[in-house]
Ligand binder design. Structure first.
Ligand code: ZN
Length: 234
């Protein structure tokens, strides 16, 4: 059995909509543009008001995305998303879990933008509504799986913090398939009071093998060492 590659872009099929690393890409590859980042942040703000559900979003979202995708595409996206039930994660103050919960609307917002664009392309290509919704349900379930991975990574960070204190070390598995961002993060430290820009160890991309642990003596800051990758993960 072969080991899946531990690399960013190649670990995620183009357009899969998986929210790790390249997930916030608003086209099928590459980081989101400044204009899309602004849109993603605006959708995220709506999601916070709506309690990170999509049911209350319809009209506002259509208005917000009017220049980017069609209203019909957004409605289909929301239909697919609302057909999947979500249980919001519990919150505990000042923990990695808490910071992760706060970041989640941005990932969901990026998913909505990506999803609406896929729906629009599929509609133009003549696919049926049923086919489109089935496809978007699969994308959304992948998004939820990645969200669960982020939550698990945050919980692992909280466990490391209980053991080692609020400064935490980043440990990557270094071999030929280590992704550049995980390689850059290895040997660095981050503080529990600020979520690393690339996410917590273990959630940088779908096959991330990184772990949190004892802080490195004289370790650099994780955010400084991974600065060039941060737009991919917000
Ligand atoms: Zn990793």
């Amino acid at each position: 059995m072969s080991v899946p590659p531990d690399s960013g872009p190649t670990a995620t099929p183009p357009g899969s909509g998986s929210p790790q690393g390249p997930t916030l890409a608003t086209a099928d590859s590459g980081p989101p543009s400044q204009a899309d980042l602004a849109t993603i942040e605006a959708i995220a703000a709506l999601l916070v008001v709506a309690g990170v559900t999509v049911t209350a979003l319809g009209a506002q979202l259509v208005k917000l995305l009017a220049t980017k995708v069609s209203a019909a595409a957004i409605r289909l996206t929301l239909k697919a998303m609302t057909s999947v039930k979500i249980t919001p994660p519990p919150r505990s103050p000042t923990s990695a879990t808490d910071y992760n919960t706060e970041a989640e609307p941005l990932y969901r917002a990026a998913f909505i933008l990506n999803s609406a664009r896929r729906v629009e392309r599929a509609t133009k290509a003549g696919r049926s509504q049923a086919e489109i919704i089935a496809a978007e349900r699969r994308h959304y379930l992948l998004h939820l799986q990645a969200a669960a991975k982020r939550q698990a990574a945050a919980a692992a960070t909280d466990r490391a913090a209980r053991r080692y204190g609020r400064k935490i070390g980043w440990y990557a598995v270094l071999d030929r398939i280590t992704s550049p961002e995980c390689r850059a993060a290895h040997g660095t430290n981050f503080d529990l009071d600020k979520r690393p820009s690339i996410g917590y160890p273990g959630s940088v991309h779908p096959h991330c093998r990184c772990k949190p642990g004892k802080p490195w003596p004289n370790g650099k800051s994780t955010d400084v060492a991974t600065r060039r990758y941060t737009r991919r993960a917000i």
